[in-house]
Write a protein that binds this ligand. Structure first.
Ligand code: SF4
Length: 306
């Protein structure tokens, strides 16, 4: 659900209704990683591919990040759509969906009072109007009165044969009467440019692989719904491709573990650095990272995606 967006300095917010945009938990001190088993999520795998040091800051140091208005809006829209599907099918009409936006915002605010600093009273009406517009755009893509999803905001998890723990959150899973599975993910931005598209497909393949391993069938369709411009990106995976993707994830994890042994997470500057919260502590920009806290120990069954 995360869209690249400019962050506002000085505001650290985690909205619990959906995974935190930056993946770090607000309130957790850097280095507080003992006793949790790291899992690989689509976001963290993408982080490592983009920049190993970014992965370290998010997954191992767990340094809280600032959230942007766009990210918070995404969280609110996801929560409103989740609430929409909790209604009986015949009530899932556009007017009702629009009415669900403000309560979703209020819940987010109750969970994270700091949101009031990010979206002040003067901006709230505009913020809610924009969120309602995204929800209204959803109706250009689907008619939610015509089907019942199997699950919304579902946490999925599996362990690969070589021990890599995969975990993620799927926005929605639909199952047809004949048993075909469709995985749906909402994006509150516009249909992606090239780099974002490859990231989106990476995320979709990740979910497809987890479902293949947990349910024993290949999802028939993976669908990304872009609420910013009303476009959809679909992907119909095949099993051979997902098995190859499994090896790709194992290789990424192996590279993470090797980097983690020595704390050798190198910066990889690129065009996304402008959106990175960690620029001031990044050596590529003259900063100094905090001391490496070490790879998390795994003394219990406790584990963490991030
Ligand atoms: S600023 Fe760029 S190079 Fe540095 S940690 Fe962030 S993404 Fe990596």
């Amino acid at each position: 659900m995360s869209d690249p967006a400019h962050s506002l300095p000085g505001v650290t917010i985690t909205v619990p209704t959906h995974p935190a945009p930056g993946g770090a938990d607000a309130g957790q001190e850097p280095g507080q990683t003992r006793g949790r088993r790291l899992a690989l999520s689509p976001s963290r795998a993408s982080d490592f591919k983009q920049c190993p040091l970014l992965y370290r800051f998010r997954a191992i140091d767990r340094i809280p990040e600032t959230s942007s208005k766009a990210q918070v809006k995404g969280t609110v829209v996801h929560a409103a759509l989740e609430a929409l599907f909790a209604l009986p099918a015949d009530q899932r009409v556009p007017e009702r969906a629009g009415e669900l936006v403000e309560p979703a915002w209020e819940r987010a605010l109750a969970d994270s009072p700091d949101l009031a600093d990010l979206i002040g009273p003067d901006e709230r009406a505009k913020f809610l109007t924009e969120a309602r517009r995204l929800v209204a755009t959803y109706y250009r893509l689907e008619d939610p009165t015509r089907f019942d999803p199997e699950a919304c905001e579902l946490r999925v998890e599996t362990e690969l044969d070589d021990g890599v723990l995969l975990r993620g959150f799927v926005d929605r899973i639909d199952v047809s009467p004949t048993g075909l599975i469709r995985v749906v993910d909402y994006k509150t931005g516009r249909a992606p440019w090239e780099l974002a598209e490859s990231k989106a497909l990476f995320q979709m393949k990740f979910y497809a692989l987890v479902l293949l391993r947990t349910r024993g069938i290949v999802p028939a369709r993976l669908q990304l719904l872009y609420l910013g411009d009303g476009q959809a990106l679909t992907y119909d995976p095949d099993e051979g491709e997902l098995r190859r993707f499994e090896r790709t994830l194992s290789a990424i994890w192996q590279a993470i573990v090797e980097a983690g042994a020595e704390g050798d997470f190198r910066p990889n500057p690129g065009r996304l650095c402008d959106w990175c919260d960690h620029k001031t502590r990044c050596p590529a920009f003259g900063g100094t990272p905090p001391p490496y806290p070490g790879w998390p120990d795994v003394p219990t069954e406790e584990s963490s995606e991030f």
